[in-house]
Design a protein around this ligand. Structure first.
Ligand code: FE2
Length: 337
């Protein structure tokens, strides 16, 4: 059995062989009983744990049961966890970063075009002459609310990502996060009809990405909230940048998107942290962003983050069967296979 973190089902021990989504997922709008049960537990967890807690990791290659337990409760509560590696930041390699992720069930990473090493992207502010500097993550500008890979096709959905701060910026660069399950909860409690619009496969269209008359990515349409048909888990696709999304324009869709925007301004569940050197984040692709920053002087090391994106959700293995089961998902059109 695997403990699936943030698993919406009634049990924390969840067998991935069963398809729970058709009847058991609380995120399906006709499952009011399941939703009420999940909501009660979710809020209990949220108020019992501190989202800002930083979990110390003394051995990144062999996470102790205590560390795994801390990770489990933190992710169960808010779908993200902050961590700190005891090793000096400069001694923590991209390979170490992937090793850490594997112990949390994160095996299948996206081979990002910007990745300089296998699966790990090095994020820093690049010279404007470099191609990647077209994208805000590679600048020192603010990065507004989004989920990672919101433009990916369904078979390449990003279910988790991890960040690690090698060098923090001189000023700014704080990260902010909001558990997408709490956004869902706040909307369902007040106006569940809006979720019908947000689950519509045509509610958002991500325009194609063209550079120098070359199509780098085709246009993609899809829902904001998706219930995984195998696990019953909730995934969210979203970007705050108006030029990145063409939203459906009917009245209900407009109200729904505005409601999401309102929650991103003043939700009580937003967590903020400026990562120090040696600290990181692992999460089930929650909503997140970054403040603008002023980089370090030229005679010092520039701000540098590692980033890895995964087609897996975070899972904490309870036994040796974990690796086998954590990849037991229907991704027949997954390019990572
Ligand atoms: Fe991101």
């Amino acid at each position: 059995m695997i403990r699936v973190l943030g698993n919406p089902g009634k049990n924390t021990n969840f067998d991935t062989r069963n398809d729970l989504s058709s009847s058991d997922s609380p995120f399906l709008l006709d499952n009011e009983t399941g939703y009420r049960h999940w909501r009660k537990i979710k809020l209990e967890h949220y108020h019992r744990f501190d989202p800002q807690k930083v979990i110390r990791i003394s051995d990144h290659a062999d996470l102790s049961p205590t560390t795994l337990g801390e990770m489990a409760v933190q992710l169960q509560a808010c779908n993200f966890a902050f961590f700190e590696i005891d090793t000096a930041a400069s001694g923590f390699s991209t390979g170490n970063f992937l090793t850490l992720g594997r112990q949390l069930g994160l095996n299948r990473f996206e081979a990002s075009p910007g990745a300089k090493t296998d699966g790990v992207t090095l994020l820093s502010a690049l010279e404007s002459s470099q191609l990647q500097s077209r994208y805000i993550p590679y600048t020192n500008r603010a990065l507004n609310w989004h989920t990672d890979g919101y433009y990916n096709p369904p078979g390449s959905r990003i279910d988790a990502f991890s960040l690690y701060c090698v060098n923090q910026a001189a000023q700014g660069g704080d990260n902010f996060l909001l558990d997408h399950e709490m956004v869902y909860l706040q909307i369902r409690d007040t106006d569940p009809d809006l979720l019908v619009a947000l689950m519509d496969p045509g509610v958002m269209v991500v325009p194609e990405n063209i550079h120098n008359q070359q199509v780098l990515r085709r246009a993609e349409s899809g829902p904001v909230f998706i219930v995984d048909r195998i696990s019953g888990r909730l995934n969210m696709r979203y970007s705050s940048r108006p030029r990145n999304i063409r939203w459906k324009t009917d009245v209900l869709s407009k109200r729904a998107v505005n409601r999401v925007r309102e929650l991103l301004v003043d939700s009580e569940y937003i967590a903020r942290l400026k990562l120090k050197n040696g600290q990181g984040i692992v999460c089930n692709n929650v909503l997140h962003g970054r403040n603008a920053f002023v980089d370090n002087p030229v005679d010092e090391l520039a701000r540098l983050y590692y980033r890895a994106r995964y087609y897996d959700s975070v899972t904490i293995p309870d036994c040796l069967e974990a690796d086998e089961k954590s990849i037991n998902r229907d991704r027949s059109d997954d390019p990572a296979k």
